[in-house]
Design a protein around this ligand. Structure first.
Ligand code: ADP
Ligand code: MG
Length: 647
């Protein structure tokens, strides 16, 4: 049995592909009209199954994966009922519908959905309330009398405590993305809010998964709930093509660049493990000329929202995100999801790739994995019921062919779209003065100028032979299999990048008594490098050779030109063609390898989980004890519920 939904209730309803239309469900005509405007053709399975129940007034637990239309499943019947109540009693002036959502982004999305479904309903106001933004407008909105309040649990509690949220007339309460809400530690708040609401109300709980904590909440606060589970078969769109690329950590950036350069993409989300990695990767992508931005839990809410808006509008193309920050994001133009770091588990994977293929579009999901992680593919294929095919690193030729194509397209566009008179005259004059010059030669010179001195074509990086041998050795061994266990500076490994790196020379050496650690520290701090970017360090008597990314941004150059180590200016410069000759002269700087979340070998984490059921806890740096109980428990317990064997 391959169900992703461990649902055991006796009154389960497992739905098949529905043949019903929205108009069959009993929704208010004004709501139907809004749906027609939105272009919704027919209800999704979870909608077809839950809308009639909710219209009847029943409490419902709805389980379906991300992207299956759960918002409309609870919003449409709620609005229909409220509209009909308003027809009878006149408009209400206190909140009738309260939706709890785990994050500001999701609260805003739900609020927007409500607004669009309520388009033809008179006097309906929807108010999102969330943390990290001023109370003023929210208070004003509440005073004006919003009928629908969509909020994050923390802020809703605040308003309840302040007395600004009047729940006395509440008719309908929704816990949206309940599993995520609990995972984020909101169990207590959810309890409190539910206790603060009137006895007589309808409750709907929607979730992608059903951990035990949700079962507890459902049995405590829902009245004889009808449980509806939609099998995941119908969810992960067949419109998403899944591929994986075998790539070592040190080469991921290069791989990503090549992919972006050789595939047609619109919007991209790249998922990484840590908040720090979102910033790192964003900076590196920007240095390579992409428009990118990071979102993670540490970035202020407003800025996150702006970033998502920028992605939506095309101001940026790439969002680098952590799982939590991107949860539920619904941006149609996302054509690619790149799993830059492998997700924690198949469930996260499914959520991640669900960010693409929105609104029936085609989507591409690409997973970077090391040879050690390859065995996880089967679990992913099982969870998504689709095969994940291997892709090859786009070749230099394919990248360059596209660069040439784009370049020549620009020529075309300029010829057809611009007035060339002035330049034509200048070139004519120039050619007349240089009769010996072939016109092609002149054109080539101009092309080079147009390129602004940057090389147009990508070249294969030169790898010192000793290094190449070492990299191959590492590859055979599997990436960093044993690094985490040692937690100390070892001999250089695969992560010490060669590709895309260059050798630099700094003017401090043994004479100045520098240590590798202080060099790494200074470079990392001043140049903003992360661990994987600083390669081998060879300390000579009066200077030191350091491997750093071949392409440094202007800011990095500027910062590093001012850097001092031990009081001495380092005078960073590219080392002209000199390569380190003795392997054992290399010292690996700093205990940096594990920062990106590789402790214990990343691939091993799934193994660990299998053994102990607790890898998720290890990830968070605590033991089972720390997260075993309490609000985080939801997910951990979920892992005991039968899905674990999928791994
Ligand atoms: P979930 O909460 O299950 O992750 P959402 O409610 O966010 O999913 O819906 C995902 C996307 O599908 C949204 O863009 C929404 O507008 C769209 N959608 C929902 N229901 C339908 C439908 N019946 N027809 C077409 N698009 C729909
Ligand atoms: Mg949702």
């Amino acid at each position: 049995m391959s169900s992703d939904m461990p649902v055991n209730s006796t009154d389960d309803k497992t739905t098949e592909e529905p043949t019903v239309a929205f108009s069959d469900l009993g929704l208010d005509a004004r709501v139907l009209a809004a749906l027609a405007d939105l272009g919704y053709e027919k209800p999704s399975p979870i909608q077809a199954a839950t809308i009639p129940l909710l219209l009847e007034g029943r409490d419902v637990v709805g389980l379906a994966q991300t992207g299956t239309g759960k918002t409309a499943a609870f919003a449409l019947p709620a609005l229909s009922r409220m509209a009909e109540l308003a027809d009878l009693n006149g408009p209400a002036h206190t909140p009738q519908i309260l939706v709890l959502a785990p994050t500001r982004e999701l609260a805003l999305q739900v609020a927007e959905a409500f607004t669009s479904y309520a388009k033809y309903l008179p006097d309906f106001t929807v108010l999102p309330v969330y943390g990290g933004s001023p109370y003023g407008p929210q208070l004003a909105g509440l005073r004006r009398g919003a009928q629908v309040v969509v909020g994050t649990p923390g802020r809703v509690i605040d308003h309840i405590n302040k007395g600004s949220l009047d729940l006395s007339n509440l008719q309908y309460m929704v816990l949206d993305e309940a599993d995520e809400m609990l995972r984020m530690g909101f169990a207590e708040e959810v309890d409190k809010i539910l206790e603060a609401t009137p006895e007589e109300k309808q409750v709907a709980l929607f979730s992608a998964t059903m951990p035990r904590t949700i079962r507890r909440i459902a049995s405590e606060y829902l009245r004889d709930p009808q449980e509806v589970a939609v099998k995941s078969k119908q969810t992960t769109g067949a419109n998403i093509t899944q591929r994986f690329l075998q790539v070592m950590g040190a080469h991921k950036l290069d791989a990503m660049t090549r992919i972006l350069e050789s595939e047609e993409f619109d919007g991209v989300i790249a998922f990484v493990r840590t908040k720090m990695a979102t910033e790192d990767l964003t900076d590196k992508l920007k240095a390579r000329g992409f428009t990118a931005a990071a979102i993670n839990g540490d970035i202020p809410q407003q800025q996150r929202e702006r970033t998502v808006e920028n992605l939506r509008s095309g101001k940026i193309d790439i969002l680098v995100a952590t799982d939590v920050a991107a949860r539920g994001l619904d941006v149609e133009r996302i054509s690619h999801v790149i799993n830059y770091d492998i997700p924690h588990d198949t469930e996260s994977y499914v959520h991640r790739i669900g960010r693409t293929g929105r609104a029936g579009r085609k989507g591409d999901a690409i997973l970077f994995m090391t040879p050690r992680e390859k065995y996880l593919l089967r679990a992913i294929e099982k969870a998504t019921r689709q095969s994940v095919t291997q892709m090859q690193l786009p070749s230099l030729d394919s990248v360059n062919n596209r660069r040439i194509q784009k370049f020549t397209d620009r020529i075309d566009a300029t010829i057809t779209g611009q007035d060339l008179t002035t330049f034509r005259e200048i070139v004519e004059g120039f050619a007349a003065q240089h009769e010996d010059l072939d016109h092609l030669e002149i054109a080539a010179a101009l092309a080079m100028m147009a390129q602004g001195g940057r090389p147009l074509l990508m070249t294969e990086p030169v790898i010192p032979p000793s290094k190449k041998a070492r990299m191959e050795r590492d590859r055979d061994r599997g990436e960093r299999g044993d690094r985490g266990d040692r937690g100390e500076r070892g001999p250089r490994r695969g992560k010490t990048a060669a590709e895309g790196n260059a050798m630099y020379r700094i003017a401090v050496g043994r004479r100045n008594r520098v240590q590798p650690g202080s060099i790494v520290g200074a470079l990392a701090n001043e140049g903003g490098f992360n661990s994987s970017e600083i390669g081998g360090i060879e300390i000579r008597s009066d200077h030191t050779l350091v491997e750093l990314p071949a392409e440094l941004s202007k800011d990095q150059w500027r910062a590093l030109s001012k850097t001092r180590i031990g009081g001495e200016p380092i005078n960073l410069e590219l080392d002209s063609g000199r390569k380190p000759h003795r392997d054992d002269d290399f010292e690996r700087g700093g205990d940096r390898g594990d920062r990106g979340g590789f402790r214990g070998g990343r691939g091993g984490s799934f193994n660990d989980r299998k053994r102990s059921g607790g890898f998720r806890d290890e990830r968070r740096g605590g033991g089972d004890k720390r997260f075993g109980g309490g609000s985080r428990g939801g997910r951990d317990r979920f892992s005991d519920s039968g899905r674990r064997r999928d791994y």
